[in-house]
Design a protein around this ligand. Structure first.
Ligand code: HAM
Length: 415
């Protein structure tokens, strides 16, 4: 027995996942987002240049594929979809702007697996590429909020919001934060390292002593330039006018380095330690990928695996499409198998979901097999049925049996 790889999952019943995908796709289409599909394999450099070499995702969690002999290209399994969506935008020279797209797919991060955290997980990724209008941020966050609350009927969640300012704001803030950190020598070793490489990330630290110290740390929203301050106020004001509830979280910085200005996260207490099920923000990646001009953008991604965990407890209340009623065809002996195949072909042509018991065994064992499939009707075919061009139609709920002409079977089942 070779078991599945650590941190991966098998999905054997797709009912809930298909519900989430259908509701999400309908909702995004309604807002004029187009679905795209991008490769699982990408150049590792793409993520080094965008997500950042100081982030856990790039530093510790990448699934790298050994370069082939004679090749100097390092390929990886994608850890996220924003950088590659930007890559696709530039590579295809998209002209209808802003480019509003979404995609579903597997992402890979070598993390320590636990409930809600996997090494292969699925995301729905949404981007609005090439727009610097703060109202696009309002639109995206409002659209996600209505998707979660109305379409997916998640009741127990919170939205946290922060504003990281423009790159100049962050350079100025970095200095203030570094001064603060230098005056607080009790911070942990990781934070001391981050204080020099990437000070904003100290806010992600789970160490209790560090967290206590950071309560009094300077907050970036108090050090924004005039333009950013106007945008930050407008973002809050317009979300309130749309009826979107949020909490300002000054220490929300997110684990990817590409964000500026708006950052946000949706969390649910139903998820335990891995409470964030959707995260996103504003970014500019085009120049980092060698493009001459900046392409300001905003996007978000939510983890399908985490959404499924949240919905599992309420799935009985959700309008999940029931499986269609099943008809099982049961040839009583192998010599009636051909007739059974013809009956099955006819039922499929009339969109009646069906299955056939073709294995050669006793009638009792065939009946037991048929029962396990949970059919509403069974169609029995034996000597009498073949001789009279009919079948025996058995209602598995009432137990009633009747002889029906083969030409009238569809009518009888649909009736
Ligand atoms: P992220 O916060 O790294 O953002 O991931 C987004 C979501 O993916 C998380 O909120 C979580 O639901 C899910 N997720 C992440 N890691 C795992 C894991 N190991 N196991 C299960 N689920 C996980 C991004 O990926 C950004 N690209 C989002 C974005 C799009 N920003 C702008 N546009």
């Amino acid at each position: 027995m070779i078991p599945k790889i650590k941190g991966t999952q098998d999905f054997l019943d797709l009912g809930l996942l298909q519900f989430v995908i259908k509701q999400t796709s309908d909702h995004l289409n309604l807002h004029n987002f187009n679905q795209i599909e991008l490769p699982i394999l990408e150049s590792a450099d793409l993520f080094k240049r965008t997500v950042g070499t100081e982030t856990d995702i790039v530093n510790k969690e990448m699934f790298i594929i050994e370069p082939r002999v004679g090749s100097n290209e390092t390929i990886c399994l994608r850890p996220e979809a924003t950088a590659q969506t930007m890559r696709a935008f530039l590579e295809h020279n998209i002209q209808v702007l802003p480019w509003k797209v979404f995609s579903y797919g597997a992402m890979f991060r070598y993390e320590r697996p636990q409930r809600g955290r996997y090494r292969q997980f699925q995301q729905c990724n949404i981007e609005i590429i090439s727009t610097d209008d703060i109202n696009q941020d309002v639109l995206l966050i409002g659209m996600l909020d209505s998707l979660f609350s109305t379409k997916l009927q998640i009741t127990n969640y919170a939205l946290s919001l922060n504003f990281l300012g423009c790159p100049e704001d962050r350079i100025n803030f970095r200095e203030k934060l570094t001064n603060f950190l230098q005056a607080n020598l009790e911070i942990c070793e990781t934070c001391q390292k981050r204080a020099t490489t990437n000070p904003l990330r100290i806010f992600d630290c789970k160490n209790e002593t560090c967290q206590k110290i950071y309560v009094t740390a300077p907050k970036i929203v108090d050090h924004l330039c005039e333009e950013c301050n106007v945008e930050w106020k407008q973002l809050q004001n317009h979300l309130e006018l749309l009826g979107v509830s949020f909490a300002i979280k000054p220490d929300l910085v997110r684990g990817l380095d590409y964000y500026n200005k708006t950052v946000f996260e949706f969390t649910s207490p139903d998820l335990g330690a891995q409470s964030s099920f959707c995260g996103g923000g504003r970014y500019e990646l085009a120049t980092q990928l060698g493009h001459k001009t900046a392409v300001p953008s905003i996007g978000a991604a939510f983890g399908m695996d985490r959404i499924l965990i949240i919905l599992e407890t309420i799935q009985d209340r959700l309008p999940i499409k029931p499986k269609p009623a099943l008809t099982v065809i049961l040839p009583l002996e192998p010599k009636y198998n051909m007739l059974a195949l013809l009956v099955a072909q006819n039922l499929s042509q009339h969109t009646i979901t069906n299955d056939i018991i073709l294995e050669d065994s006793s009638i009792k064992s065939k009946m037991r097999k048929a029962n396990k499939l949970g059919p509403i009707h069974c169609v029995l075919i034996g000597e009498n049925e073949q001789a009279t061009n009919s079948v025996t139609l058995k209602n598995m709920v009432t137990g009633n049996e009747r002889l029906v002409k083969q030409t009238k079977l569809v009518e009888a089942l649909k009736g």
